[in-house]
Write a protein that binds this ligand. Structure first.
Ligand code: NAP
Length: 292
């Protein structure tokens, strides 16, 4: 199965700027990543200000993880969302090494403390590990019942792993799978994206501008020129044009934040999609899930 192209509404998009989780809650298709934030104390204020600017411009979904700067990125997020928690859809992740029943609870408490909040909106298992999934799912459900998290999901799960997950008791409560997805890494289109779409479950695309590499890709220059945009904006607009996909670019420079928000207004044409497919061909066979 290969599916790609403009939004068809299979994930019940309310408009072009939101998509819907399986539970029915609408979430923005454009959020903000935070990997590499919080690593250098001298940059913390600038990083928090970048996230605040993103919030001001409507990028209200913020993605972070206990792994990023060992809680430092969560602390930057805390600074950015102080006094405006209710505006934000907060995503964080637990490491597979903490995915046991007791480990998840402890990790979540630590994240809540770093984030200076009482709840995480969407809590993800960062990648598959050795703790039995049933145990992690039970721990997620217990956190939900306690009001510490509102939803849970996974990250870096391939199709077989998703199939195994949804067969578990309460496994069907998974709300998203966060995976590497950008023009240079289209492998998920072969079967994982169609599988997710069929369940009405959005994929969350990480590294949507390939960690900045696509910003310098000359194969996007002509399309960018047609739209009066930058190659990075075209790469991002393309990810957001995929049905049921949420993009979470990380940007710490204000001009990048503004450009990423403006990418929401870029409407790629069928000519653009065809040109992109020639330059960045969709997958023709199954390959292992790429990860960073
Ligand atoms: P990314 O968002 O594709 O790229 C970030 C880089 O691109 C930064 O260097 C940024 O520069 C630059 N950039 C952003 N917007 C730009 C624009 N409009 N024009 C030119 N350059 C631009 O890569 P990522 O940080 O790896 O992925 C995004 C987020 O996904 C992460 O921050 C993290 O939250 C999440 N993630 C999750 C996983 C996982 O395993 N679940 C793995 C990787 C990432 P500046 O910062 O200088 O503005």
């Amino acid at each position: 199965m290969v599916l790609s192209g403009p939004r068809t509404g299979a994930c019940h998009a309310i408009d072009d700027t939101t998509t819907t989780l399986p539970c029915g809650e609408a979430v923005p298709v454009l959020g903000q990543g935070t990997w590499k934030m919080g690593e250098d104390g001298r940059r913390r204020t600038d990083e928090a200000n970048a996230l605040k600017l993103g919030l001001d411009l409507g990028m209200t979904l913020i993605d972070t993880a206990e792994m990023y700067a060992s809680g430092g990125a969560e602390e930057v997020v805390a600074e950015a969302i102080a006094g405006r928690r209710d505006e934000v859809f907060l995503v964080s992740k637990v490491l597979p090494s903490n995915a046991s029943r007791a480990g998840v609870k402890r990790a979540c408490e630590n994240s809540l403390r770093h984030l200076a909040t009482d709840r995480i909106d969407l809590y993800l298992l960062h990648w598959p590990g050795s703790v039995p999934l049933t145990e992690t799912v039970e721990a997620f459900e217990a956190l939900k019942a306690a009001g510490k998290i509102r939803h849970w999901g996974v990250s870096n799960f391939d199709t077989g792993e998703m199939e195994e997950l949804v067969r578990l008791p309460a496994g069907g409560n998974v709300q998203t799978n966060q995976v590497l997805y950008n023009l240079s890494q289209r492998g998920v289109e072969f079967d994982l994206a169609p599988w997710s779409r069929q369940r009405g479950m959005p994929l969350m695309a990480y590294s949507p501008v390939d960690q900045g590499v696509l910003a310098r890709n000359a194969r996007l220059d002509a399309i960018a020129a047609r739209h009066g945009a930058t190659p990075a904006q075209i790469a991002l607009a393309w990810v957001m044009a995929q049905d049921g996909v949420i993009a979470i670019p990380k940007a710490s420079r204000p001009e990048h934040i503004r450009q990423n928000v403006a990418a929401l207004d870029i409407e790629l044409t069928s000519e653009d999609f065809a040109e992109i497919d020639r330059a960045f061909p969709p997958p023709r066979r199954k390959s292992g899930l790429a990860m960073i």
